[in-house]
Design a protein around this ligand. Structure first.
Ligand SMILES: Cc1ncc(COP(=O)(O)O)c(C=O)c1O
Length: 423
């Protein structure tokens, strides 16, 4: 047998990566020595300013959060030891779920190990609910093969998904048997037409609350109105909104003043405003009880390590009692957005702490990243296939920890670099 690295398939992979490297588009990501969550990080012994961390409110390194996580390592050890459905259903997980549900003003919540897993587990589970509800539970001895056949023959859901949704929502839909209908970015007329054209009687509208690449906010009130008219459920992935938007940090719905009952499924992540890792879904008790027995990423994977869960409870407490953190992040974002626009850059539709600076050409975007790096600023560019060709951008994220001085240095650097780009 030839050595593994000489088999033709692996050779194809090697050639593909090699071609990307030759074109200079293979992502060469710097290795950070130490924390990668703070405004100043260390790479190869030098300090760099970082404007792309999602540690939005400084929670990752907050002393109370670290103390809670440290104490939990002492109490529980490192790992969780298995699935919540087996031995690893710990008090600390239950407390975290109760705390995030309370923070969001929802009846109940379920946690997943990442936000990605929350979406990939929840969406296919939702798409099975009418099939499962129709099962005759008295007939528990049913043959699995027969059940699978009935499932495949059952009417699929219609899912209406916004074109800029995060990959985890897209993958959740791909893993379900739903019929997807993709509508244009914030295009409520297209959503309405798609809902009207749908003959099915099970419908779900899915949208991000804050769009991760453009930093703009979804028109949730219009979506909720259309959902009522067409008897559809609404799921909002508010990974970027929760903790930051709204008077109490409850996210996009609070920002818009939307009645929480209009959005039956609210998804979020602990990775951003709360500075840790993990995902959650919040809603009515019946929804959460159902997800615990049907979301495969909850059932067949290990939950959050207990120390992370303990640190997150402290983090939610701080985010709840210190609104100045979200206010400062949003103020810094407004300042940066206004000034970078005044220098002639397009920030697309950004309304939040996520601020894309449109560069356009792929080679120019690479040049901007390199020039910023020369000035000790780390800001990766986002290019095709993450965004359409010719729409390359640098995506900046403003946090509560950035100082005015750091933002001014970034603005000055961008102004200098602009003159070197293609007209
Ligand atoms: C909108 C959105 N949803 C879900 C996720 C996935 O969250 P996590 O990083 O917790 O897996 C992300 C991550 O960037 C996101 O931007």
């Amino acid at each position: 047998m030839p050595p593994l690295n000489e088999t033709p398939r692996l050779k194809q992979l090697e050639d593909f990566a090699g071609r990307l490297r030759a074109l200079g588009v293979y992502p060469e990501i710097p290795v950070v020595d130490g924390a990668a969550t703070e405004p100043v990080i260390e790479v190869d012994g030098e300090d760099y300013l970082l404007f792309c961390s999602n540690n939005l409110l400084g929670m990752s390194s907050h002393p109370e959060v670290k103390a809670a996580a440290g104490a939990a390592v002492e109490k529980y050890g490192l790992g969780s030891g298995g699935s919540r459905m087996m031995a690893a259903n710990m008090d600390v997980h239950v407390r975290l779920e109760a705390r995030i549900a309370e923070f969001l003003g929802r009846e109940s919540a379920i946690c997943f190990t990442t936000g990605y897993m929350a979406n990939v587990g929840t969406i296919p589970a939702l798409m099975k609910m009418n099939f499962l509800a129709s099962l005759d539970l008295a007939d528990m001895a049913r043959d699995f093969a027969e059940m699978r056949r009935d499932w495949r023959q059952s009417a699929p859901w219609d899912v209406f998904s916004e074109e800029a949704n995060h990959a985890s929502g897209v993958d959740g839909i791909r893993l379900s048997r739903a019929t997807p209908h993709i509508y244009g970015h914030k295009d409520m007329a297209e959503l309405e037409a798609a809902l009207e054209a749908s003959a099915g009687d099970a419908k779900l509208i899915i949208s991000d609350g804050v769009f991760s690449m453009d930093g703009d906010i979804a028109p949730v009130p219009e979506m909720v109105k259309l959902a009522k008219q067409h008897a559809a459920l609404v799921m909002i992935d508010d990974a970027h909104g929760i903790g930051v938007l709204g008077t109490n940090g409850r996210g996009t719905l609070e920002h818009h003043g939307v009645d929480p009952d209009g959005v039956e499924i609210l998804m979020g992540t602990f990775t951003k405003a709360f500075g840790g890792i993990g995902g959650f879904v919040a809603g009515k008790q019946a929804l959460i009880d159902y997800l615990r027995i049907s979301a495969r990423t909850y059932i067949f994977s290990a939950p959050l390590p207990p120390a992370i869960a303990a640190g997150l409870i402290a983090s939610v407490d701080i985010v709840s009692r210190e609104p100045w953190r979200r206010e400062k992040a949003l103020e810094s974002a407004a300042l940066f957005r206004n000034e970078v626009q005044a220098s002639g850059f397009d920030t697309l539709g950004s309304e939040t702490h996520i601020i894309p600076v449109l560069i356009g050409r792929e080679d120019d975007a690479r040049r901007v990243t390199e020039e910023l790096h020369r000035r000790n600023i780390i800001a990766p560019n986002v290019r095709f296939p993450a965004v359409p060709v010719g729409r390359s951008r640098i995506r900046f994220v403003m946090t509560s920890s950035h100082t005015r001085e750091q933002i001014n240095y970034l603005l000055k650097s961008l102004k200098e670099i602009k003159s070197q780009l293609n007209p």
